[in-house]
Design a protein around this ligand. Structure first.
Ligand code: HEC
Ligand code: HEC
Length: 393
């Protein structure tokens, strides 16, 4: 094959160095991890579906690779390729790490898929999203964020993008688990078991959909007076000390509290803080060693020599990180909900909270056990929030 001068090298997945350096991995361990991941998942141009993940190769191939069309077929017969790079990578990054070139300019940041944490889904807080959940986000977009709507794409293209998002998440989750596992325990069997474990969590998503108690569902034929009454009850709950909504969203639904990081930024923040603390103690140690003499000093200097390179590696990682971002409680005065404005969407947001953010679950996580709010009370709060935003239109 002829390779022209200056032909760009094919894109690669970036390693999650915050994790590996955080675990104190050596270069060799990092290399071995990269090889293992390539073995399992292939590359951005040539993805692989590890056994047991149920990932569809035909769909992955449509979303992966460079933007273009499959093979040498005429364009009207060929299926497109490179959908992810065409539509998503500028924000979510080739690796799905949320580090696309546009990321630093956006707030909230594009999602890092590698954690497998999704905010707007129908399932319980700790469960993975269903394919339908991902499909909804991609088709509708997330209003009031940079996440656009891809309504104009064909169904099979949306399916391919759903599959590829799942692929990038599974890859990132497996990477995370591998980094946490002592390298001495890595072998084909343990790695395969780990992939199965992650894949199983995705498989179970459909069984984790949150369904309200049928008796609590608002009737279709309610009169305006009935809705108003329900909204008034909801307002009282919203303002109550037990529900705590106000603590974050403010009395008027305009938040005044910005003190908590989201899960993605917390990891980043902790890594920076730890790195700064280590740099400080190394400087203090240096000053102390300068006051020493003779063999003592030689030994202490040798130790300093050992501490410097791991610190430098951490500092290199910090230099690549986005600024940590605070979780912003939603301002209800805008009347815009990101995860859908249907009653059932808002019910699920309040019942399970919003994963990855401080927005807590208020409903019962188990059937038949009342949480902070009953299903009926949650629907009353939903009526309040919907009514309130309608009044502002
Ligand atoms: C212009 C930037 C941009 C582009 C392009 C973009 N996204 Fe996003 N996306 C975002 C942002 C920002 C968020 C995070 C919103 C939030 O946290 O509320 C997000 C979040 C998501 C989520 C997480 C939803 C959840 O429930 O947590 C998924 C899935 C997603 N995007 C998929 C895609 C896919 C697939 C594409 C390409 C078809 C794409 N995005 C293109 C900016 C973008
Ligand atoms: C500890 C702080 C906290 C408390 C308490 C809290 N929220 Fe939230 N809430 C948040 C944050 C943060 C967000 C934004 C999450 C995001 O999208 O990143 C949010 C978002 C929301 C949304 C937006 C959903 C969407 O689709 O856009 C609704 C609705 C909501 N909260 C309702 C409530 C209600 C009702 C209560 C009380 C029963 C409550 N919250 C209590 C922090 C809180």
């Amino acid at each position: 094959m002829l390779i022209g001068c200056g032909s760009p090298s094919p894109p690669e997945f970036s390693p999650n160095r915050l994790l590996s350096i955080g675990q104190g991995s050596t270069r060799e361990q990092e290399n071995e991890l990269a090889l293992t991941l390539t073995d399992l998942f292939g590359t951005p141009d040539q993805p692989r579906a590890p056994a047991g993940t149920g990932l569809e190769m035909a769909q992955l191939e449509m979303a992966a690779g460079a933007v273009g069309y499959e093979g040498n077929k005429p364009q009207d017969e060929a299926r497109p390729r490179g959908l992810y790079r065409q539509h998503c990578a500028q924000c979510h990054g080739i690796t799905g790490d949320g580090y696309g070139p546009a990321a630093a300019m956006l707030s909230p940041y594009p999602r890092d898929f590698r954690r497998g944490i999704y905010k707007f889904k129908s399932t319980t807080r700790d469960a993975m999203p269903t394919d339908n959940d991902l499909r909804r986000v991609i088709v509708e977009g997330l209003p009031d964020t940079a996440m656009p709507s891809f309504q104009l794409l064909d169904n099979d293209q949306i399916d391919a993008l759903v599959e590829y998002t799942r692929y990038l998440s599974i890859r990132g989750q497996v990477e995370r688990e591998l980094v946490a596992m002592p390298a001495s325990e890595w072998n084909q069997k343990t790695v395969e078991a780990l992939v199965q474990e992650v894949a199983k969590r995705w498989e179970m998503a459909d069984d984790r959909v949150v369904v309200p108690d049928p008796d609590s569902l608002p009737r279709e034929d309610r009169t305006p007076a009935e809705i108003k009454k329900s909204a008034q009850l909801g307002e009282a709950i919203f303002l109550s000390a037990a529900a705590k909504c106000m603590e974050c969203h403010g009395k008027t639904g305009q938040p005044d509290r910005l003190t908590e990081l989201d899960d993605w930024s917390r990891e980043n923040f902790d890594f920076r803080t730890e790195t700064a603390a280590r740099a400080e103690s190394l400087t203090a140690e240096r000053t102390r060693v300068e006051g020493m003499a003779g063999a003592h000093r030689e030994r202490a200097e040798a130790r300093l020599q050992e501490l410097a390179p791991p610190l430098r590696a951490r500092q290199q990682v910090v230099a690549t990180l986005l600024e940590p971002e605070y979780a912003k409680p939603r301002d209800f005065s805008s009347g815009i909900f990101r995860g859908g404005s249907e009653s059932i969407d808002l019910f699920r947001r309040i019942h399970q909270g919003i994963p990855g953010t401080p927005m807590p679950a208020h409903g019962s996580p188990r059937p038949g056990v009342a949480g902070v709010l009953t299903d009926q009370e949650i629907f009353q709060v939903v009526d309040y929030l919907k009514n309130d935003s309608k009044n502002r239109e």
